[in-house]
Design a protein around this ligand. Structure first.
Ligand code: HEC
Length: 119
């Protein structure tokens, strides 16, 4: 019996902690999905960026450029891809991959990188 109780407690705490469905943190999502183009530190210099790319990924540490975009702009472009802000489709849409919560965390992560606020 004590063993069953242990399994039960383990199961309940797993469910309460969100289990496998827990949203990734902004940093985790960034490193996994964005860094290959936007670079580890957000400078737009990830390993996937080649000289023949027609546009370079946004440098997220450029506060002057990043403060021109509202948090809603960032959200839209992350969810729907570059064309959402009349930008290049090389920036992929992520609404099928990331949850709403994860996108919010990513927006916060980008604001940390630029050390700026949206307009
Ligand atoms: C395949 C490469 C690639 C990946 C992966 C990628 N991006 Fe981009 N991203 C780009 C490019 C290229 C642009 C610039 C588009 C332009 O200027 O026309 C861009 C633009 C953006 C912009 C718009 C900035 C602006 O200038 O308006 C945001 C925000 C952004 N990316 C966030 C992200 C986030 C967050 C992720 C990860 C979930 C991500 N990107 C993954 C290539 C990528």
């Amino acid at each position: 019996m004590p063993r069953l109780a242990f399994i039960f407690i383990a199961l309940v705490s797993f469910i309460l902690s969100g289990g496998v469905e827990a949203d990734a943190s902004g940093k985790e999502s960034y490193d996994f999905y964005c860094a290959q183009c936007h670079g580890d530190t957000g400078k737009g210099d990830g390993p996937n960026v080649t000289k023949d790319m027609p546009v370079t990924p946004r440098n997220f540490t450029n506060a002057a450029e990043m403060s021109k975009l509202s948090d809603t702009d960032l959200r839209n472009v992350i969810m729907d891809g570059g064309p959402a802000l009349s930008k290049s489709a090389i920036m992929p849409p992520w609404s099928q991959t990331l949850t709403e919560g994860e996108v919010s965390e990513l927006v916060k992560e980008l604001r940390k990188m630029c050390k700026c606020k949206g307009k």
